[in-house]
Design a protein around this ligand. Structure first.
Ligand code: ADP
Ligand code: F6P
Length: 321
């Protein structure tokens, strides 16, 4: 007997969300279900903006960044009466299961719907920050890092020509993964992340030593959660007097066509989410660990503490000396 599956995207958008939507719609219909799109995350769920999707409604979106379902942040969704309204809308339409694509905040909303209102919810990790510790990768992270890498390559050309230091500010309020991965693959000489106590004296000492041994151009990747690029620029200028330029990449990192890796993850996460709903599972999230697709209880997943990859961080540092 087929089920009715709802799907929404919530929180910050990420490349690969559309690819995951396509996977849920097409695999959902293939496995005898109906699939309903919900606009603007929890906002559309509460306002009952829900419509049936067919295979053709997800044509031509695989390669697109953003989310055709749109996304939103709805602070009121923390209130139980607002959650109740959302659950009633799903029940009135006979929707048996809900797939939520988003980050940890969106997962908390899904957990409330499952534990307090009996909705079968399954989460797909979608955020460029890669800040969900239960999964090795979230959807959108690889694409965002590739965008940063493109920027590093371009900035390297001009900075080397002028013997300048460049600070590139990347996204990541509490998680330095975008900074660490892009610094390693882009050969940056400095990485500043929120997880590490920052020693700007040490950074300046390293830049000066690099300069003295003939490395006159240096790239520093700074995660936004630590400070602004202009603040760090002022410190470097004051301490060692090198010429510094800054580049704040901002939301450019959140858009763009998803990478091969994000499209593959989207397909596998979407399929797994539908399988779990077909099995009547609830309050679970999907992810990837050691190259295998997994699912986990949402509370267990949210309780795993984030650890930054010290090995990558250290390797990037050593290779750029
Ligand atoms: P992300 O999912 O990317 O972490 P947010 O933290 O902004 O993004 O969360 C997205 C939305 O999820 C919020 O605007 C809110 O509607 C919902 N949400 C967040 N935290 C909770 C919570 N503790 N309980 C219920 N809903 C929540
Ligand atoms: O999606 C996560 C994130 O990209 C953070 O890295 C960033 O700080 C934040 O969202 C910015 O989101 P917005 O501009 O949508 O508030």
């Amino acid at each position: 007997m087929g089920k009715s599956i709802g799907i929404l995207t919530s929180g910050g958008d990420a490349p690969g969300m559309n690819a995951a939507l396509r996977a849920v719609v097409r695999y959902g219909i293939y496995s005898s279900n109906k699939v309903f799109g919900i606009e603007r995350g929890y906002e559309g769920l509460v306002d009952d903006v829900i419509f049936e999707m067919d295979r053709r409604s997800v044509s031509d979106i695989l390669h697109r960044g953003g989310t055709i379902l749109k996304t939103a942040r709805l602070p009121e969704f923390l209130q139980p009466e607002v959650q109740r309204k959302a659950a009633e809308n799903l029940k009135n339409r006979g929707i048996d299961g809900l797939v939520v694509i988003g980050g940890d905040g969106s997962f908390r909303g899904a957990r409330e719907l499952s534990e307090n209102f009996g909705i079968n919810t399954i989460g797909i990790p979608g955020t460029i920050d890669n800040d969900l510790a239960y999964t090795d990768y979230t959807l959108g992270f690889d694409s965002a890092v590739n965008t940063v890498l493109w920027a590093i390559n371009n900035l390297r050309d001009t900075m080397t020509s002028h013997d300048r230091v460049c600070i590139i500010e990347v996204m990541g309020r509490r998680c330095g993964d975008i900074a660490i991965y892009s610094a390693l693959s882009g050969g940056a000489e400095g990485i500043i992340i929120p997880e590490e106590p920052q020693d700007f004296d040490k950074l300046c000492g390293q830049l000066k030593a690099n300069y003295d041994k003939g490395k006159t151009s240096n790239i520093i990747i700074l995660a936004e959660g630590v400070c602004h690029a202009e603040e760090l620029k002022a410190v470097i200028k004051e301490k060692i007097g090198l010429t510094v330029r800054t580049s704040v990449l901002g939301h450019i990192q959140r858009g763009g066509s998803p990478s091969n890796m994000d499209r593959v993850l989207a397909a596998l996460f979407g399929k797994k989410a539908v399988d779990l709903i077909n099995e009547g599972k609830t309050n679970r999230v999907v992810g990837i660990r050691h190259n295998a697709i997994i699912d986990m209880d949402i509370n267990e997943a949210l309780s795993i503490k984030s650890k930054f990859n010290e090995d990558l961080y250290e390797t990037a540092r050593i290779l750029s000396l």
